[in-house]
Design a protein around this ligand. Structure first.
Ligand code: NDP
Length: 278
């Protein structure tokens, strides 16, 4: 498994697993747990969740999937902006720990920027590190100006990652955010890397590249996100078949011809674009 180094030297797999929409609606809970476990067995040991997902139900499902196999896993969860005050962050973290059934979160992210001053959230994060409840913190849906603001109140090296939308349909971050994070040595976590299983997977360019490699469009999308250093992709798979297929994507290396074909269908940004979010 390709690995990405965090600012504190910790190595994590470049391919992890998302969990949004798990444990919700009519989804098959047992199948979702089995998918996560199959993914873990194939090296996708980084798992991303959030207190927001299913109002805690996703964290609980992750807790079941990882029960008795915590060692070697890297658990990421997120605090809602509305909870991200000095006291609210600590309380939210404690609730997440309980739902996940663990005593320390490996990476705790601010889900997106809200009304609470960043200083307060960062103070709470540092307090949680001191208390041993989180190992490190990061942010999500932060653009360059947000990271610059963050740098004014804290050493940016303390921020372990920024998680943002990134796939061929949404590649505006290549213009400025990706280079900024590369310079700051801050890994970028790519969310919705396979376009939420939607029309991206039916694009003729991805289908053509997939055909050349005897792969699937989802695998091509994952390989595309992972073609760069410092990028972690977290596709969500609700079935074991999808989890196994996604895990295989780390073996796929795109050629110059593949990259050019995807560039033609989804041109790289030529100017600043507002940060896209889901
Ligand atoms: P993804 O791009 O990961 O797509 C997930 C969809 O693709 C699901 O419908 C899934 O179906 C389908 N799928 C998975 N594998 C395959 C495959 N091999 N072939 C075909 N279809 C496949 O979208 P997400 O929005 O879920 O993003 C990934 C994760 O990123 C989230 O789960 C969440 O953890 C995180 N995220 C973070 C956000 C943030 O604001 N920080 C915002 C959005 C997401 P099935 O379930 O049936 O396998």
């Amino acid at each position: 498994m390709k690995r990405v180094t965090l600012p504190d030297g910790t190595e994590v797999p470049a391919l992890g697993q998302g969990t949004w929409m798990m444990a919700e609606g009519s989804g098959d809970r047992a199948a979702e747990i089995a998918a996560l476990q199959a993914g873990i067995d194939r090296g996708m040991t980084l798992i991303d969740t959030a207190e927001m997902y299913g109002d805690g139900a996703s964290e609980e499902l992750v807790g079941v999937a990882i029960a008795g196999r915590r060692d070697g896993l890297f658990i990421v969860t997120k605090v809602l902006p509305s909870n991200a005050s000095r006291i609210g962050t600590v309380k939210a973290c404690e609730r997440s720990l309980k739902r996940l059934g663990i005593d320390r979160i490996d990476l705790y992210l601010l889900h997106w920027r809200g009304g609470v001053p960043l200083e307060e959230t960062v103070e709470a994060f540092e307090q949680l590190i001191e208390a041993g409840k989180i190992a490190r913190w990061g942010v999500s849906n932060f653009d360059v100006d947000d990271l610059e603001e963050l740098a004014e109140i804290t050493d940016l090296h303390g921020c372990a990652a920024n998680q943002v939308l990134y796939n061929p349909e949404h590649r505006g971050i290549e213009y400025d955010l990706l280079p900024f994070q590369h310079t700051a040595r801050m890994p970028l976590m790519a969310y919705s890397p396979i376009g939420q299983g939607g029309r991206l997977l039916r694009s003729p360019a991805l289908l053509a590249v997939a055909k050349r490699h005897d792969a699937t469009p989802a695998q091509v999308a994952i390989a595309w996100a992972l073609r760069q250093q410092g990028v972690i992709a977290i596709p969500k798979a609700g079935t074991t078949a999808h989890a196994l297929q996604n895990a295989e994507a780390v073996k796929l290396t795109l050629t110059g011809e593949d990259i050019a074909e995807i560039d033609k269908a989804f041109p790289p940004p030529k100017r600043k674009q507002p940060l896209a979010m889901i």
